[in-house]
Write a protein that binds this ligand. Structure first.
Ligand SMILES: NC(=O)C1=CN([C@@H]2O[C@H](COP(=O)(O)OP(=O)(O)OC[C@H]3O[C@@H](n4cnc5c(N)ncnc54)[C@H](O)[C@@H]3O)[C@@H](O)[C@H]2O)C=CC1
Ligand SMILES: O=C(O)C(=O)Cc1ccc(O)cc1
Length: 364
């Protein structure tokens, strides 16, 4: 990257994960951060992620080459006017917010189009805060880039290269296209999850029968209802029109399937479910076609020296580890150990050795 001093405004799950990866890739990089709470900054400093150990005033960001806005979306927007008068002329501001139109409109209103490039990593989880941040969060995830009407091509290319250096897959989109697409595949599913959980909460009996028997399907479809209420309040305030449009379309869809069920239309139901299954089964795992990563995920046996034991098993067979660390993300809610190898041969041997020793392994 052509910049050495980076500022973070907000340092939770996403800001913290980007900062961790940046420091891991380039330990000499200077990172400063401010957040909603002093403890966040202190924790990040003690982990060696950032170079300041107290909350900083915004004026401290005057020397940054790049500033990442990583607070809830409407908080990010509120910082822009203040930053405009502080940043140096060559500084670029980017954000990681889940909505893009509102921030681009504010950028246009403030005359900052030549200073901004929008971003949105399509990864994350229902967890929040720096303690859940990890340097692998962005790996193989799409990272949407929304340039302004005047962003130079070289800047887009530099940002693409930056995204790739984080292990993510850059995808340039128009900000309005972004907001309709994310309203459909991210914001609407959160509305559905919040509504479904609240419905069950409201209609459950006084013995909590529904809550007690709630199993895989309910838990799968409602995991995201555990997401940050403040973050989602900000998102829905910021992407109202597309979300309302999608909710209306979804209600039509629900009416359609309700009608088929009411009429006991078995052919229509079968067709409807088959079509959903075929489409769902065809959704690709991001990154599979783009890069080959030789990795495994496994449950860590809960005892002191668990990681050391695994490292020793592998080292005794001469297997080199490229990267090792515990991760929490939406696929592995409870946390797993991720080990990355240099080649397929090492991966195959490691799988054989660890399976033989009864470790539970997962594939992505
Ligand atoms: N959670 C997710 O899965 C994803 C979130 N995003 C976006 O990333 C942004 C951050 O989300 P997370 O990291 O998940 O949230 P988080 O709750 O983990 O972190 C938010 C951070 O912003 C700070 N903050 C809150 N108000 C602030 C203020 N007024 N000034 C300075 N800092 C403030 C908090 O102290 C915290 O450090 C949001 O805009 C969200 O829309 C984007 C992709 C995925
Ligand atoms: O937890 C999940 O599965 C998510 O969908 C996380 C997420 C939340 C907000 C975004 O803008 C992008 C991703």
């Amino acid at each position: 990257m052509g910049f050495q001093k980076i500022g973070f405004v907000g340092l939770g799950l996403i800001g913290g994960s980007i900062a961790k990866k940046l420091k891991a890739v380039n330990p000499d990089i200077h990172i400063i951060a401010t957040a909603g709470h002093t403890e966040t900054v202190k924790e990040a400093y003690s982990l060696g992620i950032i170079d300041n150990d107290t909350l900083l005033p915004l004026s401290a960001f005057c020397e940054c080459d790049y500033i990442f806005l990583c607070a809830p979306v409407q908080k990010n927007i509120a910082y822009l006017s203040e930053l405009r008068d502080i940043i140096k002329p060559t500084c670029y501001i980017t954000d990681v917010g889940s909505t893009k139109t509102e921030i681009h409109e504010e950028i246009i209103r403030l005359g900052m189009e030549d200073r901004f490039i929008g971003g949105h990593p399509m990864t994350g989880s229902e967890k929040t805060g720096i303690t859940n941040a990890n340097e692998y969060l962005l790996e193989n995830a799409y990272y949407i880039i929304t340039p302004t009407s005047v962003t130079p091509q070289e800047e887009i290319e530099e940002f693409r290269a930056f995204v790739t250096s984080l292990g993510a897959i850059p995808l340039v989109l128009d900000y309005k296209v972004h907001d309709y697409a994310t309203a459909s595949i991210s914001h609407l599913p959160h509305v559905i999850a919040f509504a479904l959980v609240n419905l069950i909460q409201r209609i459950d009996d006084d013995k909590d029968t529904m809550k007690t028997i709630a199993a895989g399907g309910f838990r799968d479809i409602t995991r995201i209802a555990s997401s940050s209420p403040i973050m989602w309040q900000n998102i829905f305030l910021s992407n109202k029109e597309p979300v309302l449009n999608l909710i209306d379309q979804y209600l039509e869809e629900i009416k359609r399937v309700r009608n088929d069920i009411e009429k006991s239309d078995s052919d229509a139901m079968l067709q409807y479910f088959q079509s959903a299954k075929d489409y769902r089964d065809s959704i690709a795992v991001p990154g599979k076609a783009h890069s080959v990563v030789y990795e495994i995920y496994l449950d860590l046996i809960d005892e002191a020296g668990g990681i050391a034991a695994i490292a020793t098993i592998l080292a005794l067979k001469g297997i080199s580890i490229k990267n090792i660390g515990i991760i929490n993300n939406r696929e592995f809610e409870d946390g797993v150990l991720r080990i990355e190898f240099y080649d397929q041969e090492s991966l195959d041997l490691a799988v054989a050795l660890l399976t033989e020793r009864n470790y539970t392994l997962y594939k992505r």
